[in-house]
Design a protein around this ligand. Structure first.
Ligand code: SF4
Length: 306
């Protein structure tokens, strides 16, 4: 393999294929409830970037049971990661959230827990809860950064500065047994490729375990979608994206796990770029390109041209 994939990593950890089950803890987001903002990030749908999560009205154990039934054909190992995916899953009553994490972990087939959140909504009490969880199971915390550039943060209405992200990464990194995964987005219309690569290089030097790389997905029902339909802006075609992604991968440290390489927006809502909709073909094209060009993760430490 030319890069360290999640599957390869899970195999090394659990000796088998592991399936991530998206759960809904019933959280909201400070960027939607008025604490930080009301409109959310410009590309975020009303689902809080969790289009594939379960029914939030069901108890966690029920969500898990339903999801396991759905994926039972694909997941023969019966090993699952409880993935609290949509909105900000450390934002809310800590006692209630802690009980939900525990409920997921009480399932014998759940081998770890992954919690997606924002870096500005982890309270002192929540750090303690995470530290306690990390003593009992594998814990991954996913932080949405998207870009290191302040102008981009303004454009996308992220609602926190880079300094908050850095402080949170430092704090989380002090928790033994907890792994940090960072989300970044490439191909935002306000950035050049050099700026995108600056974000990549920044992440390459963070004390993190994994990276989720997405290309910008323009979705129906988002402010970005409305803007795009009014005034379309150029997005990379698949060939151009793969070529750039190859450069990104070659600059990432060898041991960093690459969890995702493209956006993952719901097909029914996708406005652009349409090549994202064909996930299998896109993945095959990426793998074939990396192989053909002999691009290997961690092989390039040169300056990226500005
Ligand atoms: S932080 Fe996440 S859930 Fe909140 S508005 Fe942004 S993308 Fe949506």
């Amino acid at each position: 393999m030319n890069y360290r994939s999640a599957n390869e990593y899970y195999h090394s950890l659990f000796g088998d294929k592991v399936y991530r089950i998206a759960l809904d803890a019933g959280c909201t987001c400070p960027n939607r409830d008025g604490t930080v903002g009301t409109g959310g990030c410009i590309f975020c749908s009303g689902m809080g970037s969790g289009e594939f999560a379960a029914n939030r009205n069901l108890p966690i154990s029920e969500q898990l049971r339903e999801a396991k039934t759905r994926v039972s054909d694909k997941c023969t190992s019966r090993k699952y990661i409880a993935y609290f995916q949509n909105f900000s899953n450390t934002y809310g009553d800590e006692k209630v959230l802690s009980a939900k994490y525990d409920e997921a972990l009480s399932d014998d087939e759940v081998v770890g827990i992954s919690i997606a959140t924002r870096p500005d909504v982890i309270s002192e009490r929540m750090y303690d809860i995470l530290a306690d969880l990390a003593k009992r199971t594998h814990v991954w915390i996913e932080l949405g950064l998207q870009s290191i550039h302040e102008s981009t943060a303004q454009w996308m209405r992220r609602g926190y500065p880079l300094s908050v992200f850095e402080k949170t990464v430092r704090r989380l990194n002090e928790i033994s047994g907890l792994d940090i995964i960072v989300h970044i987005i490439l191909d935002m219309p306000c950035e050049t490729k050099s700026q995108m690569m600056e974000t990549v290089d920044y992440c390459a030097h963070l004390p993190i375990h994994g990276l989720k790389i997405a290309n910008l997905n323009v979705l129906r029902g988002t402010d970005l979608g409305e803007q795009y339909l009014r005034e379309p802006f150029p997005l990379m075609e698949l060939d151009e994206y793969i070529d750039f992604l190859g450069k990104v991968i070659s600059r990432l440290p060898k041991d960093l796990v690459i969890y995702r390489m493209t956006g993952d927006g719901a097909k029914r809502d996708l406005i652009a770029p349409m090549w994202v909709a064909n996930k299998r073909q896109t993945r095959n094209r990426i793998d074939a390109y990396l192989k053909e060009k002999q691009i290997v993760q961690g092989s390039d430490s040169t300056e990226y041209p500005s």
